[in-house]
Design a protein around this ligand. Structure first.
Ligand code: ADP
Ligand code: MG
Length: 158
């Protein structure tokens, strides 16, 4: 699924809609270069999960946790690049905790990435436009795409 946004607010709104349809146990990978909007997307997603706190980039601490309708575990693997498998023990427990795991820079620690996930790739376009490309590995995460698509449909001019 491809979604085009033209402002940070729109990217955040797509994140909100996604957060709103999460049911717990999802893993959402965010790919895209620095400054493309991964954290902006996560801020919207957090709001859609009912998180009140301000979401900031977790870059320097790898993980931040937030309480919402479901817990949000916001990871940033950027600093794990090259560290190998040493940290994977606890990570598995977050995946099983029934919350929503959002992972920025999953490619920096591919050995930690679970088999099933929703991948959101953000590509910058002209000015403030972005392309969000969503792909799922399994039915549970495909259901998120379907629900998001249904939620977006009324907003798309015919
Ligand atoms: P990342 O986490 O990928 O490094 P951030 O979300 O921290 O990126 O920053 C994205 C930057 O791009 C912000 O300064 C935001 O205002 C800007 N921006 C401009 N247009 C968009 C858009 N359509 N969607 C998301 N961010 C945008
Ligand atoms: Mg970020």
């Amino acid at each position: 699924m491809l979604i085009k946004t033209t402002s940070p607010e729109e990217t955040s709104q797509v994140g909100w809609l996604l957060g709103d349809v999460c049911q717990g146990g999802e893993t959402i990978l965010l790919e895209g270069d620095l400054g493309t909007g991964k954290t902006t997307f996560t801020q919207g997603l957090a709001a859609g999960l009912g998180v009140d706190a301000a979401v900031v980039s977790p870059t320097f601490i790898i993980l931040r946790e937030y309480d919402g309708r479901l817990p949000l575990y916001h990871f940033d693997f950027y600093r794990l690049e090259g560290t190998g498998r040493a940290v994977d023990l606890e990570f598995d427990e977050y995946l099983r905790a029934g919350g929503v795991c959002v992972i920025e820079w999953p490619s920096c620690a591919p050995e930690l990435v679970p088999d099933d996930y929703l991948l959101v790739t953000i590509r910058p376009g002209e000015l403030s436009t972005r392309e969000l490309i969503l792909a799922a590995t399994d039915a549970r995460h495909q259901a998120l795409i379907d629900a998001l698509s249904a939620a977006l449909a009324p907003m798309t001019p015919a």
